[in-house]
Design a protein. Structure first.
Length: 151
């Protein structure tokens, strides 16, 4: 079952259950998917792939994390709570992220396989990791780990 179908089914379930904590976020996700589909029509693409959906969801989470930082600084706890709940709902559709230890091991293996020895080679390592682990790694953490290893 495609990711889009899963999201739509969850939305229907939340609407039937009158789950006011979940369905507004699911509607936002469906709206973002439709926006992407409309943009793809102008590029002569028919369907939106699961990897495209994953990147849309990651972008939505990143936006909410940035909002959380602003709300923390401003002391707006009720808005911070809403954003946190939205992050939880959106994260439910993403593949499970690897732990810190697993990420370190994978980074070390990629550095060995690419023969990287300095920061100049970071692009090679990132390319290897993005091709193999695009959905399961948090690349903001990956870049800091690779910098520590290569320095």
């Amino acid at each position: 079952m495609s990711l889009k179908t899963q999201i739509e089914e969850k939305l229907n379930e939340a609407l039937k259950a009158k789950d006011k904590k979940t369905y507004p976020t699911l509607r936002l996700i469906v709206s973002a998917i439709k926006d992407a589909e409309i943009a793809n029509r102008t590029k002569d693409k028919k369907e939106i792939s699961d990897s495209d959906l994953t990147s849309i969801l990651k972008k939505m989470i990143k936006q909410r994390n940035e909002s959380c930082e602003v709300y923390k600084k401003a002391g707006r706890n009720e808005l911070l709570e809403n954003e946190t709940k939205e992050i939880e709902v959106i994260s439910g559709f993403l593949p499970k992220q690897l732990s810190e230890e697993e990420t370190k091991k994978i980074c070390q293996e990629a550095i060995k396989s690419s023969g990287a020895s300095s920061m100049k080679d970071m692009g090679k390592v990132m390319g290897i990791l993005k091709s193999k682990y695009a959905d399961t790694l948090d690349f903001s953490k990956v870049s800091s780990i690779i910098k520590k290893i290569l320095n």
